[in-house]
Design a protein. Structure first.
Length: 179
């Protein structure tokens, strides 16, 4: 077995990426402390050609040194916006027709594998602060809440891992729904 070279991967240019069909998912980062986690979210958004990354509250914005370290250029390809408060972002997204879902351990959560959504309506997924999770103000404005099932001794995943797991699951559901 031989590893493929970068040239053999046939990656699209930033210009092509910006014009290609996007997965109808927006990542919303609710007061994320680590720029490294933000950069990882950008990289995941690029990998799955997501619509946008919305940064809220204390979440760092590009061109932040830590974001650039893990995003490796994805801040140039992925559309992003900033809101002072996550509730403002949610109101804006809902006015644009998005179904807003938090990723949190809460009452009435839906396990990720059981979550179903018609992608006729775009989806906004809120990921919360590394310590406090999704803010209660944001929780009060959600359309639904999903939880990643876990079976170990810890009660949470690092946000960058959680973004990857949730995005991959939702991307698969969207990709196979539209065929």
């Amino acid at each position: 077995m031989r590893k493929l070279s970068l040239a053999e991967l046939n990656r699209v240019s930033v210009e092509t990426f910006k014009t290609q069909q996007k997965t109808p998912i927006v990542l919303v980062l609710d007061n994320i402390r680590s720029g490294l986690n933000v950069g990882s979210a950008f990289r995941t958004a690029d990998a799955f050609s997501l619509q946008e990354v919305v940064l809220c509250g204390i979440t760092a914005t590009p061109p932040h040194r830590e974001i650039l370290k893990t995003a490796i250029g994805a801040t140039e390809s992925v559309q992003w916006s900033f809101f002072e408060q996550t509730e403002q972002a949610i109101a804006h997204l809902k006015s644009q027709g998005y179904f807003v879902v938090g990723v949190e351990q809460a009452e009435e959560t839906i396990s990720l594998e059981a979550f179903e959504h018609s992608f006729d309506q775009p989806l906004a997924i809120i990921f919360g602060n590394e310590v406090k999770g999704v803010s209660q103000a944001a929780m009060d404005n959600l359309d639904a809440c999903i939880e990643v099932p876990q079976f170990g001794t810890k009660h949470s995943l690092n946000i960058s891992v959680c973004v990857g797991v949730v995005t991959w699951d939702l991307f698969k559901k969207w990709k196979y729904e539209i065929k």
